[in-house]
Design a protein around this ligand. Structure first.
Ligand code: TYC
Length: 102
């Protein structure tokens, strides 16, 4: 048996990269938070443009909910909390939730 037979595996292992599960951050509509404040929160927490923030806010306003973006679990949960806390600090019921994709 030559060295090459010993060293070379019959099967080349394919590296299997597990992608982390992604979580949606969902904006929930309410009757009290001012539209402009929702836009400011979306820009600050999710780094959207004014135009993107306005469209997301209006989708939640009209349909009840809107997916803002997807992140790893920790990032999704901390951004949802940050946005919800910004509303609470002004006395608004603004709320974001998270849910796993798929
Ligand atoms: N519905 C609110 C209003 O009419 C605005 C609003 C939009 C609040 C989206 C929350 O997620 C929301 N002032």
């Amino acid at each position: 048996m030559s060295d090459i037979d010993v060293l070379k595996p019959d099967t080349i292992a394919k590296p299997k990269i597990e992608q982390p599960r992604l979580y949606k951050v969902i904006l929930l509509n309410d009757d009290y938070t001012p539209r402009e404040f929702v836009v400011q929160v979306l820009k600050a927490v999710f780094r959207t443009t004014e135009d993107q923030a306005y469209r997301i806010m209006m989708t939640a306003h009209q349909l009840g909910v809107c997916v803002v973006a997807t992140f790893t679990r920790d990032v999704a949960e901390s951004k949802a909390k940050e946005g919800t806390d910004m509303g609470r600090s002004k006395g608004y019921p603004l709320a974001f939730s998270t849910e796993p994709e798929e």
